[in-house]
Ligand binder design. Sequence first.
Ligand SMILES: Nc1ncnc2c1ncn2[C@@H]1O[C@H](COP(=O)(O)OP(=O)(O)OP(=O)(O)O)[C@@H](O)[C@H]1O
Ligand SMILES: [Mg+2]
Length: 560
Amino acid sequence: MPEYSIGSTSGRGDVFKDKDKPASMRESNITAAKAVADSVRTSLGPKGMDKMIQSGNGDVTITNDGATILNQMKVLHPAAKMLVELSKAQDIEAGDGTTSVVVIAGSLLDAASNLLAKGIHPMQISESFQSAALKSCEILQGISQPVDLSNKEALMKSAITSLNSKVVSQYSSLLAPIAVDAVMKVIDPAVATNVDLNDVKIIQQLGGTIEDTELVDGLVFSKRSAGSGGPSKSEKAKIGLIQFCLSPPKTDMDNQVVVSDYSQMDRVLREERAYLLNLVKQIKKAGCNVLLIQKSILRDALSDLALHFLNKMKIMVIKDIERDDVEFVCKSINCKPIASIDHFLPENLASAELVEEVVVGTSKVVKVTGAANPGKTVSVLVRGTSKLVLDEAERSIHDALCVIRCLVKERALIAGGGAPEIEVACRLMEYSRTLTGVEAYCFRAFAEAMEVIPSTLAENAGLNPIAVVTELRNRHVQGEKAAGINVRKGAITNILDENVVQPLLVSTSAIQLAAETVQSMLKIDDILQVAAAGGSKVVFLPAPVNYSLVVIIVKMYLQQ
Ligand SMILES: Nc1ncnc2c1ncn2[C@@H]1O[C@H](COP(=O)(O)OP(=O)(O)OP(=O)(O)O)[C@@H](O)[C@H]1O
Ligand SMILES: [Mg+2]
């Protein structure tokens, strides 16, 4: 309802202030965003539940990963979409903590809505929250422990912590060393400040169990070699990667060639044969014995006849290499993609000790090992009984890789299990006593909002959240900085003894990003709808136009 203030105390006289609209807008935004945060709350922590997501076309995904859940959820409210974006941002920045960031944002919004109800201006709240977030990061930095990349045990512990909360948690002790080794192989630990995860290729292969997952130092193609009569093993391989097609050429435009008699037909076939044989001979002449062929959408990348020639000449063929994989393949074996037969020269080929087709479970894959000048890349061959398990295993390994990447970016670890959040809450409370006025109020609200992580971890583990958070607070006030929730024992213990550690970057980025999102949400006071591009347009006509004439013209135009 609009508010009419007559003779207001502000001294501005009679003004019409439509105060209710921004307030109700803000409230509806906060409610929508909180609903999203609540939907992923139950997935937090090692005892969190998983979600089964069914898409419109019937595909099913089972996951615990916050970013995946939110990404697949059909969210309509624009404010709720901000939380989906928030989770994506955390996924890019840190890779892990995508559930925590949304839960923290939900809790901060709750705190903000209470402060708004008390009549505090949204700008004051958002500014105070921002400085509280900065202060929180300082506190976390203060309690973090530096970690050296040569300390493999510490890296392993943090990878295991991130894997513990996944569907594949029972295999965490097996997948963690794979993640650590994979990252260590693609970087130079002495100088690295970041990790390009494109250098770690995760390949899914149906069959077997996750226990059979392995790290392959080299290249793996999740397909068998083409053709049935050709070689399936090649020692001292000379590998060429081609981007042109080994099939009869087509005209650039859509033409039709009419063949009217047998002699013409014979000639077409002869020409085709000669053309392909010439290509294959040139390939053989360059000394190539393993040929990788990029997938083509224009025509067959490899015709049956060309394959027949290649098999005869004992050249092993792996076809349908995805365009996106070309860079990885080239980097792994140090070869150059060849775009035309004229450039199929020995210097553009790569050498490897062995290219071999091996049986993995019920199907075959091709492994390239012992490359002469290998680039810094690795492949992880993930095995699993079903597509659902494979997908989730891949996502979990990706999270573990991201955790190690965080440690490369910022070499510091903190305890997990709700310990950092409670420490931040206690220290912020303490700090708020040095502040005055509204800021102190907002800092206290921020501190209380941080308790959502331990409280949710306890709730999901079937413990009493109020009792747990109260005890945690007591322990931290007494100086036990590493006291956290031991979900296995259902008690509060020194969480470092349980080896539950996480990168500092995951927590700091979660707090910062959540605070930023809350800040921008508080600043919104209206949602405006605009016509979609290409939708209905409003046309203003000059006043004296005869409208019936316009209608007739439009009708005539439509009938044409
Ligand atoms: N063994 C453990 N005991 C107690 N707490 C744990 C343990 N393992 C992980 N945690 C805590 O669980 C939280 C992480 O849970 P989870 O991995 O489900 O969510 P996330 O990392 O925020 O999101 P996601 O992994 O989906 O990107 C962290 O606060 C971490 O400290
Ligand atoms: Mg996690």
